[in-house]
Design a protein around this ligand. Structure first.
Ligand SMILES: *Cc1c(COP(=O)(O)O)cnc(C)c1O
Length: 242
């Protein structure tokens, strides 16, 4: 092995250990929170890999991660094209989707968690049809009373859910939210849960509640989150793409 190759292999091994440690700490936190509130089910961990290179996704897959989250189309598409062929992960798109990016997102995403407007629903349905796929969809709910930062207002969730329900190439699976800055996350996630339960009356498959990030996953678990989106607690703080 050349010394360059040896150095790369050492760096990769160090990174693997760091990711394994982050995963293990996070899984311990999840277990403790699940126990503390007496839940019998365990939420699905979606590891958010935005800002980190494709090689990290390969390592995470080797460590047993099956679901990753990405928030920018260009970055996600580039990285997915560079994954090791042995890496099989489901991609959750968790960032705001510009309508003109729907065609690209529909080619690689399995779940689009950030659906918040009718135009995007139509664009994703058409794009999924062209890609010959069916996409799982979550409605992103705005919990801070102002729709500016993305998300549909709770009162508008039902008509948007009904619209998704009419789309042949989309499947409504539930709701997603980010706790508003400065608010009590437990309160916010309780509101999210209520919105999600409301949708289930007419949409029986809409059982997913995506809530909780590195800083507030315990609150999300206590309020019934089925999916957690955890980035920095596993991958560290933001790194530029290498
Ligand atoms: C970045 C991001 C996360 C992960 O946040 P961390 O604090 O790094 O765990 C979760 N959800 C969304 C929508 C994000 O953009």
């Amino acid at each position: 092995m050349s010394s360059n190759a040896a150095a790369a292999s050492t760096a990769r091994e160090a990174r693997r250990q760091s990711l394994a440690a982050g995963l293990s700490r996070t899984r311990d936190r999840i277990d403790a929170a699940v126990q503390a509130c007496g839940r019998v089910d365990r939420p699905t961990l979606v590891v958010v890999t935005k800002f980190f290179p494709a090689s990290d996704i390969d390592l995470l897959a080797e460590l047993g991660v099956r679901e990753i989250g990405e928030s920018r189309d260009q970055e996600a598409a580039d990285k997915i094209a560079r994954l090791d062929p042995a890496t099989t992960v489901d991609v959750h798109f968790i960032g705001q989707v510009q309508t003109n990016k729907a065609a690209s997102v529909a080619r690689y995403a399995h779940v689009v968690e950030s659906v918040d407007r009718a135009r995007l629903v139509h664009a994703l349905d058409r794009a999924a049809a062209v890609a010959g796929r069916r996409l799982d969809v979550l409605l992103q709910i705005s919990l801070d009373g102002s729709p500016g930062r993305g998300g549909v207002m709770p009162a508008q969730a039902r008509p948007l859910a009904d619209l998704v329900g009419e789309c042949e190439h989309l499947r409504l699976r539930g709701v997603m939210a980010v706790a508003p800055l400065g608010a009590d996350p437990r309160r916010a996630f309780a509101d999210l849960r209520e919105v999600g339960h409301g949708l289930q009356e007419a949409h029986s498959e809409a059982t997913w509640i995506s809530a909780g990030m590195s800083g507030d996953l315990e609150a999300a678990i206590a309020e019934g989150a089925t999916h957690l989106r955890v980035g920095s607690a596993i991958l560290g703080s933001r790194q530029s793409l290498g």
